[in-house]
Write a protein that binds this ligand. Structure first.
Ligand SMILES: C[S@@+](CC[C@H](N)C(=O)[O-])C[C@H]1O[C@@H](n2cnc3c(N)ncnc32)[C@H](O)[C@@H]1O
Length: 263
């Protein structure tokens, strides 16, 4: 529960291209370089087999991604991307399977490739901690930004029938699941949308479980829109350079924390 200063790592970080675009650029560059290398060898009368060609492309993709400053786990993806594509094509799997897989992932993850906030779920332990942080006043309005499968909304709506709990979620399938989950609860509501387009001024408590990426911009939105005295709660991800009023330890394996700011 002891407030402590947050590191200000990302406050001045320049805006970067989304990793998915950098990754695509690195793949295109490495394919072009490999192609040029292959044509040069052919010009010299040398033939190169498919396996050395794929290996060369893979090494170049990793090298270009590394030079672009991509994180190490992206380098692994970059290394196997084109070889895996070639292997999948060699298996002659019907294209409808790929289309089906793509649609399913798009429904589950929505615009994660731009938001850089994937779907992962908070646990009951976190819901209970948030429940205990809620002010006792009746008629409380609570909003979960990126409400996922609606677990937090459902829990808070059940334990605080005197309040109104809302969620906003951009990924279609999780949003549909949360709508089904909170069905029949008059004090719970969730909608499909983008929380950057949602006005936060009507809420007494706003919760977020996102990723480090949106936190600096989200704090600017919170300061601009939330009313004085309202609470902003973030699970796991602090706001760089902004000291929370309260830190609640979850006492779990990951040593995770809830950060609370009074606006
Ligand atoms: C880490 S999950 C948290 C889910 C849920 N709040 C929980 O505690 O279990 C973050 C969610 O935020 C959603 N999300 C990310 N950016 C969003 C945005 N701009 N608008 C609405 N939802 C967003 C993602 O689709 C994802 O489901």
């Amino acid at each position: 529960m002891v407030p402590r200063p947050m590191p200000s790592l990302e406050m001045t970080a320049p805006r970067r291209m989304p990793p998915i675009c950098l990754a695509a650029l690195a793949q295109v560059l490495s394919i072009v370089l490999t192609g040029l290398g292959m044509l040069s060898l052919q010009f010299l009368g040398l033939e190169i087999g498919i396996v050395p060609l794929l290996l060369t492309q893979s090494v170049l993709a990793v090298a270009v991604s590394f030079l672009m400053g991509m994180p190490s786990w992206w380098l692994a993806i970059q290394a196997i991307f084109v070889p895996a594509l070639a292997a999948a094509l060699a298996l002659s799997i019907a294209p409808t399977w790929f289309l089906g897989g793509f649609i399913l992932l798009a429904l589950i993850y929505g615009r994660t490739y731009t938001t850089q906030v994937p779907l992962y779920l908070s646990r009951r332990r976190v819901w209970l901690a948030i429940q205990h942080l809620l002010p006792q006043a009746p008629g409380l309005r609570v909003l979960d930004l990126g409400s996922g499968l609606g677990g937090l909304i459902q829990h808070l709506a059940d334990v605080r029938p005197d309040s109104h709990v809302s969620g906003i979620e951009s990924a279609p399938l999780p949003c549909l699941i949360s709508k089904l989950r909170i069905m029949g609860r008059p004090n719970a509501h969730t909608e499909w949308g983008d929380f950057w387009q949602t006005d936060l001024s009507g809420y007494d408590v706003v919760c977020a479980y996102l990723s480090p990426v949106p936190m600096p911009a989200l704090w600017q939105k919170v300061k601009r829109e939330m009313r004085p005295g309202s609470l902003f709660i973030s699970y796991r991800f602090p706001i760089p350079g902004v000291m929370p009023a309260q830190v609640v330890k979850m006492n779990d394996l990951g040593q995770t924390e809830l950060y609370v700011w009074r606006v």
